[in-house]
Design a protein around this ligand. Structure first.
Ligand SMILES: Nc1nc2c(ncn2[C@@H]2O[C@H](COP(=O)(O)OP(=O)(O)OP(=O)(O)O)[C@@H](O)[C@H]2O)c(=O)[nH]1
Length: 416
């Protein structure tokens, strides 16, 4: 079986997981109100709504199969633009720096940090796989040296001690070897863990060019539309283990799906993935994808206001009412920055993207005012507790109410 992230495998103990799996809420010294904890918790999904039937993979296939997606109809131009609060003009974005991040789950990703002309926040793109590159990062900058380019992350392949050029073709020329055509093996090599101690073999192939744009638009056609998640910051759910929402597990799940092996005869449904014989240290290349991480904490109202909203929720209000009582919109987010980042990452055009979301407004809004990006398929994000019958995933009365409000008031679609 391929080497999946630790959180993909139920066999791993919770300590190997990037965040604790909330299973039960026992009384602890942190809880002063013991009566509250001793009450019987409502069932996993409250009677007010039932998780819709969704096309889950069969039992046992959940962790290693590509997610199923639902085709998205082209938007109705007369109404959708207004509903999705589209900006007439896209913001300008610029990738300032990129760095390789080996993750605790075993896969690598490239973290891209963006500057823009509408706010002073550091919005991010978390890029999986070698096929997706930033145009603004790769573009040459006046007066910069090859070392400058490598320091800001505008290199191809892998950095290693002593590397002198950001470009593979230069390294090949210095080594006196021609540039052969790209091969799946080489792309896989780029996708695997970095071999930091050894420079790339001169026989390694790529479509190198001197402007550093060698992998622009090189997302393989056979992979279909690239998988994209537009994720809004949630400090409470992603960092301090809040079980009020499922934001943390959604981030983990998006990363896991983007790390799954690309479709091969051995990994397509109905075949036995175990038949694929991997060489020692070999990893199957993944399809990759992008998580655009927007600093829109608390659906755009910020952490301070979100904490007030939590208190209103403890006083009996749902997430939308709490926002409105604080004189904020129910959802104060916009997605123009996400569209601009995706265009910079080469995700515009007819081929389209596969968007991981349940939020119908996001599907339309991320396409931009002139459909600069096309969402051709949607992959629903089903709470892990629903998929596992409550064995894993975020659970508790708060997250149930949170999900119920998303369905009832924000009209999120948890199925096709
Ligand atoms: N105002 C407010 N924001 C919250 C609360 N809980 C989580 N959030 C924020 O909600 C955002 C995530 O939005 P969601 O509505 O969960 O999901 P979504 O991004 O619209 O939709 P999906 O793509 O399907 O996940 C993040 O910015 C969180 O910080 C809350 O109780 N109140």
């Amino acid at each position: 079986m391929p080497d999946f992230p630790a959180h993909a495998s139920p066999a791993f103990p919770p300590v190997a997981s990037p965040r604790p799996q909330r299973r039960d809420r026992s009384v602890s010294e942190l809880h002063l109100d013991h009566k509250r904890d001793q009450r019987t918790h409502p069932p996993l999904v409250s009677p007010a709504f039932t998780p819709p039937h969704t096309p889950f993979p069969e039992e046992g296939q959940r962790y290693d199969r590509q997610p199923r997606s639902i085709p998205v109809e082209p938007p109705d131009h007369d109404t959708d633009g207004e509903q999705a609060r589209l900006l007439p003009k896209l913001p300008e974005v610029h990738c300032e720096v990129r760095a390789r991040i080996p993750t605790t789950a075993g896969q690598e990703m490239f973290l891209h940090l963006y500057h823009n002309n509408v706010d002073d926040k550091e919005h991010l793109a978390i890029v999986f796989g070698p096929h997706i590159r930033s145009k603004s990062l790769d573009a040459p900058r006046p007066g910069e040296t090859e070392r400058d380019r490598m320091i800001r992350g505008a290199y191809v392949g892998t950095l290693y001690p002593g590397r002198t050029s950001s470009r593979l073709d230069q390294i090949r020329r210095d080594a006196g070897v021609p540039s052969p055509r790209p091969s799946a093996g080489f792309l896989g090599q780029l996708n695997g863990p970095a071999q930091q101690a050894t420079p790339p073999s001169p026989s390694a192939s790529s479509e190198a060019s001197t402007d550093g744009s060698e992998f622009e638009s090189s997302y393989p056609l056979e992979f279909g539309p690239p998988l994209v998640r537009i994720h809004s910051e949630c400090y409470t759910g992603e960092t301090v283990w809040s079980a009020r929402c499922d934001c943390g597990e959604q981030l983990d799940e998006a990363a896991r799906l983007m790390s799954l092996p690309a479709p091969t005869p051995a990994s397509t449904p109905g075949s036995d993935a175990g038949e694929h014989q991997l060489l020692p240290n070999e990893k199957l290349p993944s399809c990759g994808g992008v998580i655009v991480y927007l600093r829109q904490e608390g659906r755009g109202i910020g952490l301070k206001e979100k904490l007030k909203a939590y208190n209103l929720q403890d006083l009996g209000h749902d997430t939308m009412e709490a926002n409105l009582l604080l004189r904020h919109p129910g959802d104060a987010r916009s997605y123009g920055l996400a569209t601009a980042l995706l265009l910079d990452l080469g995700m515009g055009g007819d081929r389209g993207i596969k968007l991981l979301t349940n939020n119908p407004e996001k599907v339309r809004a991320v396409e931009g005012p002139n459909r600069e990006v096309r969402v051709v398929e949607r992959v629903p994000m089903i709470p892990i507790a629903w998929k596992t019958g409550g064995k894993e995933g975020v659970q508790g009365a708060e997250v149930e109410k949170y999900l119920a409000t998303k369905i009832e008031k924000f009209k999120h679609m948890f199925s096709g």
